[in-house]
Design a binder for this molecule. Structure first.
Ligand code: FES
Length: 146
């Protein structure tokens, strides 16, 4: 058992054993639910987004492995306070780095967190076309060649 645990660094263990932001947001502005084809695990992320386009709160519910739970916990921490544009840039690598690393066979668990955040942002933008237009315009201004 101790050997199994040694695969995971103390930050991963902390987010697994004491997950931050677990649960649902009753009045969520955007919800993303994704599943991992490889293992069948499921992750749901709920976001509260203000009129200023900033994420004021984030929650997760994950039916999955410890790495998925730690990744969702860290991802919700990372996106809180970020703008939609900033949160769109969140990659699974950012999550893994913030966790101080995951074993190679567990990297796909962090991909689930990236996808769930993006799905929740997409859901929000579908519900708020005016904000979607603002985000698209800001993106076009930053990357005129895309
Ligand atoms: S093993 Fe499925 S998400 Fe980690």
């Amino acid at each position: 058992m101790a050997e199994e645990y040694s695969l995971y660094n103390p930050t991963v263990m902390d987010h697994f054993l004491n997950p931050r932001n677990m649960g649902d947001l009753e009045d969520a502005d955007g919800i993303g639910e994704v599943g991992a084809a490889a293992c069948g695990d499921i992750m749901k992320i709920s976001l509260k987004i203000g009129n200023d386009g900033r994420i004021s709160d984030a929650r997760f519910k994950t039916f999955g492995c410890g790495s998925a739970i730690a990744s969702s916990s860290m991802a919700t921490e990372l996106v809180k306070g970020k703008t939609i544009e900033e949160a769109m840039q969140l990659s699974n690598k950012n999550v893994v780095d913030a966790l101080g690393g995951l074993p190679p066979v567990k990297i796909h668990c962090s991909v689930l967190a990236e996808e769930a955040i993006k799905a929740a942002l997409d859901d929000y933008l579908k519900r708020h076309p005016e904000m979607a237009a603002r985000v698209a315009a800001a993106k076009a201004q930053k990357q005129p060649n895309e």
